[in-house]
Design a protein around this ligand. Structure first.
Ligand code: DGI
Ligand code: FE
Length: 192
């Protein structure tokens, strides 16, 4: 599909603002490191990271039409449009870029909310997006440290922070975000 990272990045650059493109490079480097550390497919992690925000700057109306026409959960439309670029991105990278790997596509689809039963690649992309070097918000360093110790530990903290942050703003929380969090907590409890 792409001979190298440079070619793939060039394809995504035209779709992103400069700062978002820099973030994408940070997510890609981080995803590769996490994939190496936690035994995921490094090439798939790299590809998913490069294209994860592909739809970030699509007009709202276009994203809305895609959600409806592609029979994505109608529920998405009841939540903030910031969340739409993830599922819509998964659809568009298949249609426009020709990426067909279901593991890569689902890592893009769930990169904003997570879900119950996340795959290794989904976890890596969610976490890489959260801790990439350009991120600078309260709690990010704690999650960076946890990411050295265990993927699930770090991910659970990231969901805790995200949910708390959304609640503090008075935002609605998408069900998949809760399901992802509960799933990690329940799996942890079973290990104890
Ligand atoms: O694309 P990015 O800005 O790098 O980040 P992202 O794709 O992780 O998330 C986009 C936005 O979606 C971010 O501002 C946080 C928000 N978000 C994540 N989960 C939920 C959510 N917003 C709501 N309302 N509910 C959620 O569950
Ligand atoms: Fe995103």
């Amino acid at each position: 599909l792409y001979r190298n990272r440079r070619q793939a990045l060039a394809r995504v650059k035209e779709r992103l603002a400069e700062s978002r493109y820099v973030d994408t490079i940070g997510v890609t480097d981080t995803a590769v490191l996490l994939a190496e550390k936690y035994g995921a497919d490094v090439k798939k992690a790299e590809l998913a990271a490069i294209f994860h925000d592909y739809a970030k700057y699509r007009p709202k109306e276009e994203m809305k039409s895609i959600i409806i026409e592609q029979n994505m959960p109608k529920e998405l439309l009841e939540f903030h449009s910031e969340m739409w670029h993830a599922p819509v991105g998964a659809y568009l990278v298949e249609k426009e870029v020709g990426i067909t790997d279901p593991e890569v596509l689902s890592a893009i689809y769930y990169h904003t909310t997570g879900r119950v039963g996340m795959t290794l690649l989904e976890k890596i992309i969610y976490l890489a997006d959260y801790i990439e070097p350009g991120r600078n918000f309260p709690g990010v360093n704690e999650v960076r440290k946890l990411a050295e110790q265990g993927l699930n530990k770090a991910l659970m903290q990231a969901f805790k922070n995200t949910i708390s942050f959304l609640v503090s703003k008075g935002s609605a929380i998408y069900p998949d975000t809760f399901y992802a969090y509960n799933d990690l907590v329940q799996k942890k409890t079973m290990e104890e």
